[in-house]
Each structure stands twice: as C-alpha cells, then as structure tokens.
Design a binder for this molecule. Structure first.
Ligand code: SAM
Length: 227
C-alpha cells in the first residue's frame, strides 16, 4: 500500500512537472503571443493564414465548412476572408463562443445526427472548401492514435465527396505514419493538385502536416480505383 502511494505521488510529481513544462513552452511560443496580441482565439489561426497565403483558397463569397472548429481560430480567419457574402458552417465536439457570421453545430462529426444537421444547414448549397483541423484526443499510444486520426481524415474525404462543387478544395490535418500513403492516394484520385504542407506555425516536433487538395473532380471511376 505504502509503495503504491509513493509511486502515485511520484507519478503526480512527474505529471505536474510535465504540465508545468508544457505551460512554459506554450507561454513562450511566438504564435501564442501573436494570437493574444492580434485577437485570434488560437495559435492555429496562423497555420490557416500560411496555408491560404500559399494556396490562395479563400475568396470573398465562398461557402466553407470547418470540421473541428473550436475554439474558433480558423473560423476567424475564414470569416475575414470570405466576408459578409460568404457562408461558414463549423462543427465541433466542444462548445464554441459565437462568432458573427458563423453557423456552429456542437456534436460529433462521426455520428449520424450532427452529420445530418451539417448537411441540412447547407440546404443543397455547393461547397467551395472543406477544412478539417480535427484531431482525436491523444492517448499517447501511437498504434491507437494514428488509426483514429486517419479515420477522421477518411470521413472528411467522404464528406467532401458529397458536398464539394467540382473544382473545390479540401484541407485536412494528417499525421505522418501508418495510413498516410492510403490517404494521399485517396486525395490524388479526387483532386487535380495534392500538396503536403507543413506550416511554420506547426510545431517542429509534431508529426502533423496538412494535405491540401485543389480542383476536386466529381468522377466516381477515379474514386473506385483508389479503394
Ligand atoms: N482549428 C481550430 C482553431 O483554429 O481554433 C482548432 C481545432 S483543434 C486542433 C481540434 C478540434 O477537433 C478539437 O476542438 C476537437 O474537439 C475537434 N474534434 C475532434 N474529433 C472531433 C469529432 N469527431 N467531431 C467534431 N469535432 C472533433
């Protein structure tokens, strides 16, 4: 019993040391400081700003879906770029403080109900861009986290198949590792241009990258061949 208590205490100490470390790294982070100074809700805004600067995706009046939208850093960037004529619908498991011009659905994108709500709020309107910055809750075990992350990307690809207009685009957060080649293949079967992009705002040690697909082609034959 004593032994267990002692090892529990030392685990707690390790945990608090590592959360202290995380907090310090976070507070020192250039993009965290910039987000605070510039009024963005998360440092993730800078990833989308870099993606858009490179690929010129967001146009005034565009219709955009943001999967994994909370706390709203990407939504803020999208709204700035698409303007009042644009449409933005975001979805997340977590609550999100409202942002003027954004329709937000709280729910699990992988479940039927929220997914149907998302489709209903589009009301048949063709979509120009689907973004997914979704990431599963990480367990720290690669063999569990990698397939979960890949599954979210595959569902995003399927969703984009249903809603994108020909010529539209899909940007998904992915993680280098098992399954990424298959995901790239699925992208190539649908998009005229596919690029792996690692924004500077994405932490160096993270395996995260963004797959940017442009010029969506609505041909089922390509898709069947990719499976
Ligand atoms: N792009 C956001 C921003 O700029 O503020 C940050 C997104 S954060 C990295 C990832 C988000 O994905 C989390 O808020 C998480 O709740 C959401 N998420 C993960 N799995 C999801 C799912 N199945 N359905 C909806 N949202 C999900």
């Amino acid at each position: 019993m004593k032994e267990r208590q002692r090892s529990g205490a030392s685990t707690d100490m390790k945990k608090s040391k590592s959360s202290h470390q995380w907090l310090k790294t976070h507070e020192d982070d250039e993009y965290v400081k910039r987000a605070r100074a510039e009024g963005y809700r998360s440092r993730a805004s800078y990833k989308l700003l870099e993606i858009d600067a490179r690929f010129n995706l967001l146009k005034p009046g565009a219709t955009v879906i943001d999967l994994g939208a909370a706390p709203g850093g990407w939504c803020q960037v999208v709204i700035e770029k698409i303007g009042p004529q644009g449409t933005l619908i975001g979805i997340d498991l977590l609550e999100m403080e409202p942002i003027p011009g954004v329709t937000f659905i709280q729910g699990d994108f992988t479940e039927a109900d929220p997914f149907e709500k998302l489709l209903a709020s589009l009301d048949g309107r063709p979509v120009d861009l689907v973004f997914s910055d979704m990431a599963p809750n990480l367990s720290g075990v690669k063999n569990i986290d990698q397939p979960r992350a890949a599954h979210l990307v595959e569902l995003s690809i399927d969703f984009a198949d249903q809603v994108l207009r020909p010529g539209g685009g899909l940007v998904c957060k992915c993680f280098e590792g098992d399954g990424i080649q298959e995901i790239r293949q699925q992208y190539r079967a649908r998009y005229g241009t596919v690029v792996n992009f690692k924004p500077k705002a994405s932490r160096d040690k993270s395996r995260e990258l963004y797959l940017v697909g442009q010029n969506f082609s609505d041909t089922d034959t390509n898709r069947i061949e990719s499976r």
